[in-house]
Design a protein around this ligand. Structure first.
Ligand SMILES: N[C@@H](CCC(=O)N[C@@H](CS)C(=O)NCC(=O)O)C(=O)O
Length: 203
């Protein structure tokens, strides 16, 4: 049986959907967490693109979190059954990822004045815009993000949700019942439920 090792920082963020997919599939994995302050400089040079997450499977080193997530989703039956279904799932994941990129653009802005301006715009426009759109998509899909069923897109949103809330400086599901439903459904799913109960409490 394949043994997986996920290497990432001691946070949820981009690594968490991967941990959830591995847990959902009941795949045997080591959750290898790097201490950023102490150890990252020496690990970075050994990473294929100088970044994490990476997933090792029987000697194969995989990187790029979305590529890894799609690979695992295929493996555990959370991807589409045909190219059109794949498109629907990818589309939902890309919408969520666009939201993440907007938040990260403000969060990691180095200039303090520019950062404050970016956050003002985020709070006034970008965050409500994305959350309303995403909530409407989840409403159309009966509490899922695509195809009215549990897929990679639900796991991606749920795995990222605490990190997205942290960056948005607000609970992103608080006023959006359909988004809340996606998260509740996902964390009640066998495999993921057990993972969420035992995972380190680090966003
Ligand atoms: N597109 C990459 C981005 C990976 C990425 O941004 N990783 C960050 C952590 S979330 C990282 O390794 N930062 C440390 C660095 O770049 O030195 C992916 O999705 O895997």
């Amino acid at each position: 049986m394949t043994k997986y090792t996920l290497t990432y920082f001691d946070v949820e963020a981009l690594g968490e959907p991967i941990r959830m997919l591995l847990s959902y599939g009941n795949l045997d994995f080591t959750d290898n967490r790097i201490d950023y302050e102490k150890d990252w400089a020496k690990f970075k040079t050994a990473m294929p693109m100088g970044q994490v997450p990476i997933l090792e499977a029987d000697g194969k080193v995989m990187y790029q979190s979305l590529a890894i997530s799609r690979y695992l989703a295929r493996l555990v039956g959370l991807y589409g059954e045909n190219p059109l279904e794949d498109y629907e799932i990818d589309n939902a994941v890309d919408n969520i990822n666009d939201f993440r990129a907007k938040l990260a653009g403000a969060q990691y802005e180095q200039n303090a004045v520019a950062k404050e301006e970016k956050f003002k715009l985020l709070k006034a426009e970008t965050i409500p815009y994305f959350l309303e759109k995403l909530d409407a998509i989840a409403a159309e899909n009966d509490g899922h993000f695509a195809l009215k069923k549990f897929t990679l897109a639900d796991v991606y949103f749920t795995g990222m949700s605490n990190y997205l809330s942290l960056m948005a400086q607000q609970d992103i599901t608080a006023n959006y019942q359909n988004l809340k439903k996606v998260v509740e459904n996902t964390i009640a799913t066998p495999g993921i439920k057990e993972w969420v109960e035992k995972r380190p409490k680090k966003v």
